[in-house]
Structures are given as structure tokens and as C-alpha cells.
Design a protein around this ligand. Structure first.
Ligand code: KG4
Ligand code: ZN
Length: 396
């Protein structure tokens, strides 16, 4: 490969991103334009997302090329997210990538967004795993909660098998919905993460035990040996569900008549200009904290503790079952500090290598798309000119 340079383009949800990556691991640029417009609607509005992508795509790609100090003729390929995601949003990235590839006479590579999240980890931590295979990947974001068994192929590409998924809401979606219920700005995940250390995680005893009758750990001791073996072979045993805890939070709020305080808080946070602020900034957090009472902080801490414990428990049960040689966690929720802490501690206890992407590569970005395209470029696995968005695209 002459230069090993891939321009990646990502537009599957509410981030317009372009990046240049060399040899699948060296990030020369990674420009991410986040669409703040959705925060006032409490969720991503698909039509607005497409419009914002249309506005941003040209300047974002131009900036990515400028920061990398390159012109198009120096590239080896253009990679773009094919799906899953919002149809109109994907279409903007794909149309632009196709035109660029055609105009600059470059091959086009289609990348599955979920594979991108996995490569966000592999690209900066390849040494952690050396040649270990299979790896268990937890991809946990606003749109997805999946467990994949990722195995290296003799051709040095990856093969994925989906071994677990959410049956309803994605984990990030649960964070966002509960945050909204408590009057926090959108997206709520980072706010919950920042506020949780100020509450008591044991205050509200949420439980995931009864979510699924077939779930792990729910096998009554009375069951026959055959029934236990059958449950162990059940392909749905590592599936997850988050709608139960969301409902439990709603009930708790109603039972404790917390709604009036929540409405006042939502308004106060808006008035203080905090709806589009970043809670990771200590000054912003301190300002926001003045609007919270202890019961709400306890509820936030308890919710986060249960969700992260549940994700950790299911992930390690799957890792053990499939004999994974390493573990990687990716997607927006991989930025959650409690999830990182729990998974890191459990991995150390079990002597299993674990890797997370840097915070910048946890949420949607185009560097991960360019990185996932690298083995495809080496294998000359190119997309046809007829490439179209695949909103429901699966992996494995
Ligand atoms: O990967 P991502 O940027 O987009 C999707 O593909 O969905 O993930 C965004 C999701 C949102 O639900 C957001 O609230 C959540 O990731 N998130 C977090 C944190 N940072 C982002 N959830 C919990 N704790 C965080 N620190
Ligand atoms: Zn994503």
C-alpha cells in the first residue's frame, strides 16, 4: 500500500466526522462536529440530523484533510459508515464519500458502524492483546448494546459472532431516558456519570434478577440436570434488557412525588445555560450540583451502580462461557467511569486483559471507521458504486 492512508467518514447519528488514519492505527486527524441542536428536543430528531450533516460534511472533511496536511491524491481509499443508523443521516456521508471516491479516483470501502466501535479499541491497544483470539467485545452505546465474539481470520481480518444483545433499550438510551426523567440535559449519560459520585449507590436497591426467566443466575436449584444444561446452551442467555429499570425509576419518582422538583430543576438548568454544557468540567458540575437534592443524587448513583454491575456481570459470564482471551469495551457508554472501574477490577481479578478506547474514540468518530477499513483495504474488499445506506445493518 503506497501511503496506507484512509479518509474515514461517519454520519450515522448526530455526529458528522471525518478522519485520516495511517496503516489502520496512526490518527493524523479526527474532526468531530456534534449536533447540539438535538439537546433542546431531548433526543435525536432524524430530519434535523440529516440537515445538520448536509451543512457540516464539506467543512468537516476539508478540516480533516487540512489537519492531516494532505491532498486527496495522496489517499489510498475513502471509507464510509454503511449502517446501522438513521437512513437520511447515513445517506449524506455515503453520497459524499461516493462522489469523492469517484472524483479522486479512489476505492470506496463500506464499514459497519459497530465494527468501527470495536476498531476504536483495537487501533490504540493492539499490543495489549498481541495475537490473542477470540476476544469478547462489549459495544455499548446510545443505539446498541451488543456482545460479540471477535476472532482473527488467517487472512488477518476479523470474524464476528453476535452472542448477546439488548432485547429493548440500549444501555445509553436507558441512561438518556432516566436522565430526562430526572430533568437532566440531553445526552444524559455523561451527566449521570458526573453526578453519581455525589449520591449513595446503595440507597435504592434496583435489581435485574427477574428480567428474563432464562437469564443467567436465574436457574432455580430445583431444576433437573438436563434443564440446567439446556439453559447453559441457550443462545439467548447473554441477552440484556434495560426497560425494567427505566420503569422502576419512573415508579420510584412517582411514589416519592419527585416530579415538581424535577420540573423546577430542568427549568433552572436551562435558565443557567447548562443544557448544552459539558458536565466533565468541574466548574459546570459544581454549578449544576446546587440544583440537586440528595434523594435525586442517590437515585442517580443507584441506577448507575445497577446498570454497570449488570453489564459487568453479563460480560464476564459470556467471556467465561466462550473462553475469551481478552475483553474490549467500546461505544459511548464505555466512557462511563463506573463501568470502566468495575470491568477493570473484575478483569484484574480474573487475570484477563481488557481494553477501552480513549474517551475521544469512545463516542462516534470517523477515525474508528478508517481503522476498521484498513484490513478491508489490504484484502481489497471494496464497495460497489451502488452502495446505499443500510439502516438495520447487523454485525455477526
Ligand atoms: O457511541 P455513541 O456516541 O453514539 C451511538 O452510536 O449511540 O454513544 C452515545 C451514548 C449516549 O446514550 C450517551 O448518553 C452515552 O453514550 N454516554 C454515556 C457516557 N458518555 C456517553 N453514558 C454513560 N456514561 C457516560 N460517561
Ligand atoms: Zn456509535
Amino acid at each position: 500500500m503506497p501511503n496506507g492512508l484512509i479518509l474515514g467518514i461517519e454520519s450515522s447519528c448526530d455526529e458528522t466526522s471525518a478522519a485520516v488514519v495511517r496503516d489502520g492505527r496512526e490518527v493524523l486527524s479526527n474532526v468531530v462536529a456534534s449536533q447540539l441542536i438535538h439537546s433542546s428536543y431531548g433526543g435525536v430528531v432524524p430530519e434535523l440530523a440529516s440537515r445538520e450533516h448536509l451543512r457540516a460534511i464539506v467543512p468537516v472533511v476539508r478540516e480533516a484533510m487540512q489537519r492531516a496536511g494532505l491532498i486527496y491524491s495522496q489517499l489510498d481509499a475513502v471509507a464510509v459508515t454503511e449502517g446501522p443508523g438513521l437512513a437520511g443521516a447515513l445517506l449524506v456521508g455515503i453520497t459524499f464519500a461516493k462522489a469523492l471516491a469517484f472524483g479522486a479516483d479512489l476505492p470506496l470501502i463500506a464499514v459497519n458502524h459497530l465494527e468501527g466501535h470495536i476498531h476504536a479499541v483495537l487501533m490504540d491497544t493492539a499490543t495489549t492483546f498481541a495475537d490473542a483470539s477470540p476476544l469478547l467485545a462489549l459495544v455499548v452505546s446510545g443505539g446498541h448494546t451488543h456482545l460479540y465474539l471477535a476472532s482473527r481470520t488467517p487472512q488477518n481480518t476479523w470474524h464476528y459472532r453476535n452472542v448477546g444483545k439488548t432485547l429493548d433499550d440500549a444501555a445509553g438510551e436507558a441512561f438518556d431516558k432516566v436522565a430526562k426523567l430526572l430533568g437532566l440535559p440531553y445526552p444524559g449519560g455523561p451527566w449521570m456519570d458526573a453526578l453519581a459520585p455525589h449520591g449513595d449507590p446503595k440507597a435504592v436497591p434496583f435489581t435485574f434478577a427477574q428480567i428474563k426467566t432464562k437469564a443467567t443466575g436465574n436457574i432455580a436449584p430445583k431444576l433437573s440436570r438436563e434443564a440446567v444444561l439446556a439453559a447453559n446452551e441457550d443462545p439467548t442467555r447473554f441477552d440484556l434488557s434495560f426497560s425494567g429499570i427505566k420503569t422502576a425509576v419512573r415508579r420510584y419518582v412517582e411514589l416519592h412525588a419527585m416530579q415538581p422538583a424535577i420540573a423546577t430543576r430542568a427549568e433552572a438548568l436551562r435558565a443557567a445555560g447548562l443544557s448544552t454544557a459539558r458536565p466533565g468540567d468541574p466548574a459546570i458540575l459544581a454549578k449544576a450540583l446546587t440544583h440537586f437534592d440528595q434523594p435525586t443524587l442517590d437515585l442517580i448513583a443507584s441506577f448507575q451502580a445497577s446498570v454497570t454491575h449488570y453489564l459487568t456481570r453479563t460480560t464476564f459470564a459470556a467471556a467465561e462461557h466462550f473462553g475469551a482471551r481478552g475483553l474490549l469495551v467500546s461505544g459511548g457508554v464505555a466512557a462511563n467511569s463506573e463501568l470502566r472501574r468495575r470491568i477493570t477490577a473484575e478483569a484484574a481479578r480474573r487475570n484477563l486483559s481488557v481494553a477501552f478506547p480513549s474517551i475521544a474514540l469512545s463516542t462516534d468518530n470517523a477515525a474508528m471507521i478508517a481503522a476498521a477499513a484498513w484490513p478491508k483495504l489490504l484484502a481489497r474488499n471494496f464497495a460497489p458504486d451502488t452502495l446505499e445506506p443500510m439502516p438495520q445493518l447487523r454485525l455477526g
